[in-house]
Design a protein around this ligand. Sequence first.
Ligand code: HEC
Length: 279
Amino acid sequence: MSEPVTFRLLLTVLAAMLAIPAQAGPEEDREAFRAFFFKRFPDVPPDAYADGIYALDENARRQWEEIEEFPPYEFAVEQGEALFSQAFANGGRYADCFENDGIAVRQNYPRFDPQRGEVVTLELALNHCRTANGEEPYAYDSSELIALSAWMAWTSRGRKIAVSVPNDPRALAAYEEGKRFYYSKRGQLNFACSDCHVTSAGSWVRADHLSASLGHPTHFPVYRSKLGKMISLHSRIYGCIRDVRARPFPEQSVEYRNLEYFLTYMSNGLPANGPGARK
Ligand code: HEC
């Protein structure tokens, strides 16, 4: 290759590199995510998204406000507080496993744990605490674990969701995995989460009014009147995946933890208001 050609080639390559936009990071994603809903529903105040479908459906909101007068999750909060304050057989306590003795920290979960190199949800952190103290871990759908999570959520009410993606390529990779999961079509119905909870938010599918994903993780665990019990966020996601006739993953699988990481990051800045009550 002659000199001028090499030089021209170099210039072309440089120009192409400069034209590539910097890859959008979590913060740009979050801003775009919020902006979509704010534009679609200009009358809905930002913080109201923490109330799920009740931000978009006035009738359902009134019924829900009546339910909230005698909150059906209250027993779980009480059970959780009692469990949380019980010492383990070795004398250790849940409080010792968390910052600020575990009070008002829920809004920081899930978090990327640099030692483990993975996303740790609150439920996982509670089970890590148990095993570190010589106790058996709880099943993820056990009423005990959900009650502990309900109590911790209660102590965080009103705090702003503050999930961070630290400057660690593994954290960013986990976030990107969660994001990819969220936007991927799946199941016989070939739906992505975003098809229902972004593009069609506010529309009806059969008897269901679709909520926005913005605010989805703020209020878990949730008491579902349809089931007559408390459920975790992962159990709710499991249901949505089963409904599109796709293969669901188990609760606390790495897939759901990364998805929760992405989804909760999108809700950063909204008030934590768990536990919640839903139909
Ligand atoms: C075919 C449509 C559909 C798809 C696809 C779907 N969902 Fe849902 N989802 C629903 C319906 C209907 C409800 C109940 C009404 C509501 O709150 O939106 C719901 C509820 C939820 C809730 C509870 C909302 C609350 O306020 O408590 C969460 C969380 C959720 N979905 C997450 C997801 C995630 C994550 C995905 C992708 C893995 C997903 N959904 C895919 C239809 C869907």
